[in-house]
Design a protein. Sequence first.
Length: 222
Amino acid sequence: MNLKKMVGIEAANYVKDGMVVGLGTGSTAYYMIEELGRRVNEEQLNIVGVPTSSASRNQALELGIPVKTIDEVTRVDLTIDGADEISADFQGIKGGGAALLFEKVVASYSDQVIWIVDESKMVDKLGKFPLPVEVVPYGEEHLFRIFEEKGYRPTFRLENETEKKITDCGHSIIDLHLDVIEDPFKLNEELNQLVGVVEHGLFLNMVHMIIVGEEKGPNTVT
Ligand code: 5RP
């Protein structure tokens, strides 16, 4: 079975009747949302979804899953989302799908967070996957220069050959090609202090459970 589909379906089992559920973004979260849609329709599962992107919102609505924004709920019971890299100490990089801002907001107001990944996402240290930094377009060239000076090898995320990618919130994404992040907490502090940086893809101490898709089956790690 497709490993992403396997963990998407497995994670959906943790959703119980009456829950407010954060709906992640990406090709793995897609299968989890599909499974929730199936349960809503076939098992009369009663949930409210809080989508982390316009793509997940559209998918949920098409499946008949009721949705609310994060500001229309007081709390999220459980968020299930994908990740781009997870280190041995369970820190993560997210944002490969450019939805990191809403993903981080929803995760931070969630009682429980589950990440669902195929085994290729598990690494010793973070950094091989380019770290996305979401920035306000006004002043973005200055931030880009600062990252260059620091040796972070920045590139603007592109939508196509000529246009920059614009997020659901109207921001740009600068990807940092770091190879290895020796101290994610220090880098987190550093990025948070730069004016014009809205958020970045380091998700530190945010996850409660990881479901890893392996050939032999889903491996749940807490
Ligand atoms: C989107 C994300 C995704 O969760 C991450 O990129 C993983 O995506 P996929 O499941 O398609 O590999 O952070 O912003």
